[in-house]
Design a protein around this ligand. Sequence first.
Ligand code: CTP
Length: 410
Amino acid sequence: MNTLTDKHILLGITGSIAAYKSADLVRRLREQGAQVQVIMTAAATAFITPLTLQSISGQPVYTQLLDAVTESAMEHIELARWADMVLIAPASADFLAKLAGGHADDLLSTVCLATNAPIVVAPAMNSFMWQAPATQENCQRLQQYGIKFFGPATGSQACGEVGKGRLLEPNELVDQVQEVFQTQFLAGYHVLVTAGPTREDIDPVRFISNRSSGRMGYAIAQSAKMAGAQVTLISGPVALPPVAGVQLISVYSAQDMLTAVMTRIATVDIFIAAAAVADYRPSQLFSHKIKKYDADWQITLERTPDILATVAALPHPPFTVGFAAETDNLLEYAREKLQQKQLNMIAANWVGVAGIGFDSEKNALNVLWAEGGIELPCAAKTELAGQLLEIIIQQYQQNGYLPHQKSGSY
Ligand code: CTP
């Protein structure tokens, strides 16, 4: 079976003697049904000719960032959008450094900055160059950015050394490409996640908020990124580090969160509201600190906008998933919310139970949709996030939704 049918692979070739293997790699990728376009750096053309790659890929080969011959001079954006994966094989030490530094002075490095597709590098270099502290530091940084590594392998090298730094063989590279696509079940989808609490100011020093740590939403964002999605994370104030490769929008209040969500929702395929949005805010915001007096103080509260319900009520809503945190009647209340807010799905969890839910590493979920449901037993939030996304995508596809990028509706 052709496992890469209709997958768009943008192959970057950089300056390494191993570039001769790239021709065989293109042939094998195409045998598996992939469409392959090639970008070569100037150094790569010293090792293998663009004409060879053009003949084998059946496509023009790109070598220039600024090419007066092309119509739009926007090649880098078009190629970046076209790709389901950017695979750089062989990736030289110099190119890894360039990528780690965020440079954009040639076509390949510019495409890497401009793409949403997963980027994979297959390094090839002398073993001492691979072990050099600068190279290792660059690789660590690239991993933090969410860039994947295929190899390098250990063995005899063109320079006569024996050690780590060999490019993987083309068949091994193809196996690894297939593995990435198998786990990339959200490739082509734009997932928007809300996370954390919101804060509703009373005066310049006081606010109303809740115990949400943001961990569930951040875990969902990370899992969605790992599954290949383009992810936007709109987060209230939390003490968590940003998620690599995920666009983070930090907000403060429920109103800020609503604005941030609504300005982005048109291109979203799956909306997951994991934030613990404050349901009420003070009706009056004091511009100065309120002094204490002997008498009691009463604050009048008004409702905040319901972000989830607002999204679900759009004329063309994305696949919409809410959360319900309850201390009693979990399933009953969750089903009520599913129906009242017109959601596709709701993930319900107990709160007030030691060790799970708010401000905890673990959780247990009851995931409900109109015709059914499933129980996800207590597990780390990171693990649950992956399970939840798999259920979401099953329901999404059963309901006949198509991701924006695939349906071309924007
Ligand atoms: N939500 C939201 N905007 C709000 C309030 C909640 O988007 N202003 C979302 C949450 O992110 C979550 C779900 O709605 O996905 C929670 O539903 P909600 O009815 O607000 O639950 P509770 O706050 O627990 O409300 P109730 O007191 O009715 O149980």
